[in-house]
Design a protein around this ligand. Structure first.
Ligand SMILES: Cc1cc2nc3c(=O)[nH]c(=O)nc-3n(C[C@H](O)[C@H](O)[C@H](O)COP(=O)(O)O)c2cc1C
Length: 344
């Protein structure tokens, strides 16, 4: 038996906005640990997705949450951000003064815990951006569920171990999507992010709990390298993005399949926190990082209309095209084939 009751010690990374239960189910059935990202789901949608997973597989699965603190709204920064975006609004024939969409990412809270108790606790919960309050962590532990969380530094790994996580996900700088940074200012850390090799090597020495390697793992050789460094399992995201079971948008799939996928950068423009994505027009013209972007997750609101209009025209100019530094494992094949390629 592999890690956390799976056949294969492969965790499909939760990818909010790019997948739901279908990908998680496919990976569970292929012997990996499928994950359901909940950061962009309402509590009702989360419940329905968990019911769907249980109906389709009796294998263990992971349910993933963000646990950031809601930021104070800063009207001046908000206005500056909207002013920076106004020329794009005009170019696309949109009204720059229309009320922006609400920010689209929610944090784990009392309501989430109550809904999970009602639907039946998942076997594994993973967190990004630290952990929820001690009281909420204690409730989750009381269910007997395993708890995982991402660390981007040795200090974060030690902090998580001290608070009782069952395993630490060592998220190297190569990883696609948001950096899990939580002990230091996420923007200040952009220049100092540690790569997966150096991070996994150090974290496996620093903590006693199992370490899951994440970031830039695209094939079985990457898995072997991480195993050699002492990782108990790997967490792979980008390689699953073009699978038919994922909900990745058409512009995102096209970018992943193009030469542009070789050039990624950390950017805060799409959410307010650093995340790795394929360099696109907005990143080239305003960033890739900018002090104008409101704090996480508020930056996304004013971008929503631009993103929708451009995507309708087949362009990903204003979309977050999250991807890790190695997109070579990312293919238009069923998720079971990606799992097989990782264990081969
Ligand atoms: C499209 C995308 C969305 C992501 N969303 C989440 C998320 O919702 N929660 C989370 O914990 N990690 C998220 N991540 C980060 C992954 O957990 C993981 O660290 C990363 O995918 C590993 O690197 P790789 O993409 O090179 O395999 C996301 C990554 C990608 C590519």
């Amino acid at each position: 038996v592999g890690f956390l009751g799976t056949e294969r010690s492969i965790i499909q990374a939760p990818m909010a906005g790019s997948q739901g239960s279908a990908l998680a189910i496919a990976v569970c059935e292929a012997g990996g640990l499928g994950s359901l990202p909940c950061a962009m789901l309402t509590v009702d949608a989360m419940r329905a997705e968990i019911v769907a997973i249980r109906a389709a597989t009796d294998r263990p699965f992971n349910v993933n949450f963000f646990c950031h603190r809601a930021p104070a709204v800063d009207p001046a920064r908000d206005a500056a951000w909207r002013a920076a975006l106004a020329p794009y609004y005009r170019e696309l024939g949109l009204d720059p003064d229309a009320a922006p969409a609400a920010a689209s990412r929610a944090a784990f809270d009392e309501r989430t815990v109550a809904a999970l108790e009602e639907v039946g606790p998942p076997p594994v919960l993973s967190f990004h951006f630290g952990l929820p309050s001690e009281a909420l962590v204690a409730r989750v532990k009381g269910w007997g569920s395993a708890i995982l969380s991402s660390a981007t530094t040795v200090d974060e790994a030690r902090w998580l171990e001290a608070r009782g996580v069952d395993a630490v996900i060592a998220q190297g700088a190569e990883a696609g999507g948001h950096r899990g940074v939580f002990l230091t200012d996420p923007m200040a850390s952009v220049a100092t992010q540690v790569g997966t090799l150096a991070l996994v090597a150090q974290v496996t020495r620093a903590v006693r709990v199992p370490v899951i390697a994440a970031g830039g793992i695209a094939d079985a050789r990457g898995v072997a390298a991480m195993t050699a460094l002492g990782a108990a399992a790997v967490q792979v995201g980008t390689a699953f993005l073009r699978c038919p079971e994922a909900t990745t948008s058409a512009v995102h799939r096209a970018a992943l399949a193009s030469d542009a996928a070789r050039t990624t950068a950390l950017t805060n423009l799409f959410s307010g926190r650093p995340a790795r994505g394929i360099v696109n027009r907005l990143m080239r013209e305003l960033g890739p990082t900018s002090p104008l972007a409101p704090a996480f997750p508020l930056a996304s609101g004013a971008l929503a209309a631009l993103r929708a209009a451009a995507e309708k025209a087949g362009r990903g100019d204003f979309s977050p095209l999250w991807a890790g530094q190695d997109t070579s494992g990312c293919r238009d094949v069923p998720a079971a084939e990606i799992v097989a390629a990782l264990v081969r």
